[in-house]
Design a protein around this ligand. Structure first.
Ligand code: ADP
Ligand code: AMP
Length: 214
């Protein structure tokens, strides 16, 4: 199963991608996680990406496309994958479609949610900078306050999850990424998912689509 998870920041793509990745034993390729890891490491790619990520803007297409192209060729991608947060521009979508058999996509799952709820979910998001697990101060608390269940380290609030940057990210999403809804609809591979319910309910919608495909 080769999937793209499309939707605005905070809609729950990462949360659902992690669950599905475990259930189907396929990798979740989250470009945001990859870029944050590169920034933390201080690699050349991280240095190039940092200012864009911090400002809530999109990292240049060329860099993200290079990262995804290399990742798609790795061994663990052969039996399927979830692209989470890529593509985010028409240029990235076009580049993906030209990456050959390795980039063949079965379905694009578009998650939608009203802006007020997006903002509130992002405000409550806390993440583990080691394993990238996603928590929420209202909806998904760790067993021990502010500590990752799996890694035992303190959870962090992403720098780009502050109110000002979120505003910018939502504008960027509408301008650059939302046009991909029509892009994939025209190709006949888009499924729309109402992301407003609890995590389990959204997960059922996702599973229903995957069952039809398999
Ligand atoms: P995205 O990857 O689309 O940016 P995340 O998966 O990181 O979104 O989710 C954003 C925040 O919303 C996280 O704090 C997560 O725990 C929370 N969340 C995700 N799905 C739901 C849901 N269905 N109901 C309530 N909170 C959710
Ligand atoms: P995310 O973790 O998906 O919320 O992404 C965090 C940030 O990483 C975004 O605001 C962008 O700065 C950057 N980013 C992630 N994916 C992409 C992409 N496909 N294209 C450009 N920038 C990206």
């Amino acid at each position: 199963m080769r999937l793209i998870f499309l939707g605005p920041p905070g809609v729950g793509k990462g949360t659902q991608a992690k669950r599905l990745s475990k259930a189907y034993c396929i990798p979740q390729v989250a470009t945001g996680d990859i870029l944050r890891a590169a920034i933390l490491k201080g690699s050349a790619e991280g240095k190039e990406a940092k200012a864009y990520v911090d400002a809530g803007r999109l990292v240049p297409d060329e860099l993200v496309i290079r990262i995804v192209r290399a990742r798609l060729l790795e061994d663990d991608m052969k039996d399927g994958f979830i692209l989470d947060g890529f593509p985010r521009t028409k240029e990235q979508a076009d580049a993906l479609s030209q990456m050959g058999e390795a980039s063949r996509i079965d379905r694009v799952l578009y998650f939608y949610l009203d802006e007020e709820t997006l903002v509130s979910r992002i405000a409550g998001r806390r993440t583990c900078s080691k394993c990238n697990e996603i928590y929420n101060t209202d909806y998904r608390l760790p067993k021990v306050k502010d500590v990752c269940d799996a890694c035992g380290i303190f959870l962090v609030q992403r720098k780009d999850d502050c109110a000002e940057t979120v505003k910018e990210r939502l504008i960027v999403y509408q301008k650059e990424t939302a046009p991909l809804i029509e892009y994939y609809q025209k190709q006949g591979c888009l499924s729309c998912i109402d992301a407003s319910g609890p995590v389990e309910e959204v997960a059922r919608h996702v599973t229903d689509i995957c069952l039809v495909m398999s």
